[in-house]
Design a protein around this ligand. Structure first.
Ligand SMILES: Nc1ncnc2c1ncn2[C@@H]1O[C@H](COP(=O)(O)OP(=O)(O)OP(=O)(O)O)[C@@H](O)[C@H]1O
Ligand SMILES: [Mg+2]
Length: 242
């Protein structure tokens, strides 16, 4: 479903991704981890064309992301993305946040968009808050709304970039619960996170990045039992000490 082949990316003269290759099949849950600055966010942004890359190729559902003839806004419709900050529209109610792109991009009718919005808000246990504005919600609630908003476009793949790292600890669980339930329903997911409990519970694959390279891609079981690289081993040890 996502095929990243030998991509390299530069910011000016600085090479930040170096010959990275990763394949994500339908229904896979892939966790991407690694030290700060290793290129995780950059890699995931390349997947939906938010960042250009200079070498290699990326295909999502057989559509080439780097090809200049590709309609990127069309491609992004099938690729949901949830970031660390929730990025809801502050001047719109929760339900309107979910309806906007459904109306504008998918051309759904008002009632269709509202029905789908309420169905998804229920799914993330936010239906009781549909009329509130984002600043009236906790961080965990906002992030659950952001996930529902991405799902409203009926994506075939969901990308997450550290969706819980800006949250107070007591709110991390409620967001992870939503992600676990998505994974269990068979959503294809690529998730940058340091939540190793989440990785152990639902990921099939773990990718470890360091200094712009994919150092390791292992089954989750293999990664935690015996990572093949010393750098991944040290990383797992350092984050599980806390
Ligand atoms: N817009 C930018 N311009 C120049 N350099 C950038 C830009 N964005 C990121 N970089 C650099 O690219 C490298 C990879 O950054 P990236 O944000 O992908 O790392 P990361 O693995 O997501 O780190 P973190 O865990 O801190 O989020 C870093 O060296 C960073 O300084
Ligand atoms: Mg990052």
């Amino acid at each position: 479903m996502i095929s990243i082949k030998n991509i390299s990316k530069y910011y000016g003269p600085v090479k930040v991704l170096s010959d990275c290759s990763v394949e994500v099949a339908k229904g896979d849950v892939m966790v991407v981890c690694g030290p700060s600055g290793s290129g995780k966010s950059t890699l995931i942004k390349c997947v939906n064309g938010l960042e250009p890359f200079q070498q290699g190729s990326i295909e999502v559902n057989q559509i080439s992301v780097g090809d200049r003839n590709t309609n990127l806004s069309k491609l992004r419709r099938s690729v949901g993305m949830v970031f660390q900050g929730f990025e809801l529209f502050p001047h719109m109610s929760v339900v309107d946040n979910l309806c906007l792109a459904q109306r504008k991009v998918l051309k759904r009718s008002v009632s269709e968009a509202r029905d789908r919005a309420m169905q998804l808000l229920k799914r993330v246990a936010m239906d009781a808050h549909a009329q509130k504005f984002p600043n009236q919600l906790s961080g965990g609630q906002q992030q659950r709304v952001a996930i529902a908003r991405a799902l409203a476009m009926d994506p075939t793949v969901m990308l997450f970039d550290e969706p819980t790292s800006a949250l107070d600890p007591e709110m991390v669980g409620e967001v992870l619960d939503v992600m676990v339930s998505l994974a269990k329903d068979g959503m294809t997911m690529m998730v940058v996170t340091h939540e190793m409990g989440f990785a152990k519970q639902v990921a099939n694959w773990v990718v470890f990045m360091d200094a712009g390279q994919v150092v390791e891609k292992s089954s989750t079981e293999q990664f935690f039992r015996q990572p093949s690289s010393a750098r991944a081993r040290d990383f797992v040890a350092s984050i599980s000490r806390h």
